[in-house]
Design a protein. Structure first.
Length: 88
């Protein structure tokens, strides 16, 4: 993976290696944006909180084996305020 491929296309920050584990059914190591200020994450959290009143969001991930990216669900601790809680 090149340095450019390792950057989140939404915020430009480096993504972290992530292994979802064999029980997930996904293909090995992927990369995930863990930037809590990323527009993809912030807008996703707001949309889910507004529409469903649950403490989830989504983060951008990239699967190098398939050369594709997408959304992965992330649970958020704390209350539904966008200024509180931390998503993992």
């Amino acid at each position: 993976m090149t340095q450019k491929e390792n950057l989140c296309p939404h915020c430009g920050k480096a993504m972290e290696a992530w292994d979802p584990g064999p029980e997930s059914g996904w293909d090995g190591e992927m990369f995930i944006c863990s930037n809590n200020a990323c527009s993809y994450f912030v807008n996703g959290r707001k949309k889910i909180a507004d529409e469903n009143k649950v403490n989830f969001a989504y983060r951008y991930f990239y699967n190098p084996a398939k050369n594709k990216g997408g959304a992965v669900a992330a649970w958020c601790g704390g209350d539904l305020s966008l200024l509180k809680g931390r998503c993992v």
